[in-house]
Design a protein around this ligand. Structure first.
Ligand SMILES: Cc1cc2nc3c(=O)[nH]c(=O)nc-3n(C[C@H](O)[C@H](O)[C@H](O)COP(=O)(O)OP(=O)(O)OC[C@H]3O[C@@H](n4cnc5c(N)ncnc54)[C@H](O)[C@@H]3O)c2cc1C
Length: 446
């Protein structure tokens, strides 16, 4: 189909499944990705030990990249402060541009002392242990008393890493801190099963007793917790592990207090009571403050779209068309509030559209829904003389950016598989871009 080339920015699940659907409809697709490797959070977010799931996704992604009408340029970040920009891409006259860059912005806690050492966003911490450059080489040292803010699956993953898989010494305790109570946990049972052996039943019961009165305001009876959200309360683990997993409910962080070494020493929280708010519950602060002894704080409260990308930004996400006449389509169309117009041919899908929302299946569904509208747009759009993948590649390289192609990704996979075999490991990953680029060059030259 000689209609021009569709550029997809981002090769996480949303970008790759969008690319597949657009390519299957007959269009030529060029994917530009920040990371050398494709996969996004499927490669660098999903828990490292979920080999089966990760390998299954890698195989699907490899098939997408193998499509003859799909090209890939990795190590090519598009951002307002980079050599490749949102405006610059338009100069190459793509038939459409689909932004599938995920949620790369950090939702900060906004607390005094937040810049203390030992305070990390969950995204960065997860990138670190999943070996995404440059996070893989940065200091994410943890101490003996780690607090995780948030009660979702990301919390469960991070606790699992700290308590089980992190190399070296394990913490004495991991405390999960939440504004709301034991009935408002967001993690899935099977994710918590991985760490339930560390759950200190006695201390959880003490904590439930502590918040029992405060939960009553929302009509909750903590006596029901074992039958609902914490079935593990009815069982005892076979062994008593050295590290403890604890919960601190109805507590909102209000300040981070560093010690003399500038590392977090205390977390000040205000205690809440729970009130009903229609169908939901809402925490309401009291006058009581507590100082918790903490030497590492990881906040797992979801992420935001990256403001620095260069797309028009709304309240907490990229601005999309507010048109209420056709909301399904409008939700994927990038909108410029300054001109009051849709940005012609520019779309957003996946976590870039709705940050931190859902699993891979949801990101895929969102991308494929978006593509239905993109294909309709393409049918009616004027033909474009888009810069080809080869032109784009040479122009990016002329800017001094060391990019990789889909053939390079196959080569890198082969080198990493050889390394895994040589070291008797289930998998091997290079943790810097330099190592990946060198491995590709060496293999190609050899
Ligand atoms: C810790 C964690 C654990 C998870 N575990 C699971 C799980 O077990 N099972 C499951 O199904 N789901 C899991 N998920 C959810 C799943 O990872 C997401 O649903 C999915 O990855 C979102 O896909 P996406 O493509 O929208 O974004 P992402 O996966 O974030 O992909 C974004 C892509 O865009 C690229 N990019 C970013 N910025 C730029 C830029 N400026 N220029 C060019 N490219 C850019 C990135 O390199 C990346 O390739 C987990 C998520 C997290 C955070």
């Amino acid at each position: 189909m000689d209609q021009g080339i569709v550029y997809v920015v981002g090769a996480g699940p949303a970008g790759l499944f969008a690319a597949r659907k657009i390519a299957t409809a007959g269009y030529q697709v060029l994917i530009l990705n920040r990371d050398i490797k494709p996969g996004g959070l499927a490669e660098y977010g999903i828990y490292p030990q979920k080999f089966h799931m990760k390998n299954g996704l890698r195989k699907q992604f490899a098939k997408i990249l193998a499509m003859p009408n799909v090209d890939y340029i990795g190590n090519a970040r598009v951002r307002s402060d980079e050599r490749l920009t949102v405006e610059g891409l338009k100069d190459w006259a793509p038939a459409a541009i689909v932004y599938a860059v995920g949620a790369q912005g950090t939702k900060n806690l906004g607390l005094p002392g937040e810049d203390a050492k030992g305070v990390y966003s969950a995204k960065d911490f997860v990138y670190h242990y999943n070996l995404l450059p440059p996070f893989a080489s940065q200091d994410f040292s943890t101490g003996r008393r780690v607090a995780i803010i948030g009660m979702g699956n990301v919390m469960a993953d991070i606790a699992r890493w700290l308590l089980i898989d992190q190399p070296g010494e394990k913490p004495d305790e991991v405390t999960v801190i939440a504004r709301r109570g034991p009935f408002e946990v967001k993690f899935d049972r099977k994710e918590f099963d991985e760490i339930e052996a560390f759950l200190n039943r006695k201390e959880l019961q003490d904590e439930l007793n502590r918040v029992a009165e405060a939960c009553k305001g929302a009509g909750q009876d903590v006596g029901q917790v074992a039958d609902t959200t914490f079935p593990w309360l009815k069982t005892q683990p076979e062994n008593t592990p050295a590290s403890k997993l604890k919960f601190r409910f109805l507590s909102s962080p209000i300040a981070i207090e560093p010690g003399a070494d500038r590392r977090i020493a205390h977390l000040r929280v205000v205690e809440n009571i729970l009130v009903r708010d229609g169908e939901n519950t809402r925490p309401k602060a009291t006058d009581t403050e507590t100082l918790l002894d903490i030497d590492t704080l990881i906040f797992a409260i979801g992420d935001l779209a990256d403001r620095g990308l260069g797309l028009p930004y709304g309240k907490n996400s990229y601005a999309t068309n507010p048109d209420t006449a056709n909301p399904d389509r409008a939700a994927y169309e990038v909108f410029d509030p300054a001109s009051g117009k849709v940005v012609d041919g520019v779309f957003v899908v996946g976590w870039a559209r709705k940050a931190s929302e859902g699993l891979v299946g949801k990101a895929r569904f969102d991308a494929e829904q978006g593509v239905n509208h993109i294909l309709k747009y393409l049918e009616g759009a004027a033909k474009k003389s888009s810069a080809s993948a080869a032109d784009v590649l040479s122009q990016i390289r002329s800017k001094g950016i060391e990019t990789v192609t889909k053939d390079d990704i196959i080569t890198l996979g082969q080198v990493e598989a050889q390394q895994a075999q040589a070291h008797g490991l289930p998998e091997f990953k290079f943790s810097t871009n330099q190592e990946m680029l060198r491995a590709i060059q060496t293999k190609v030259a050899g």
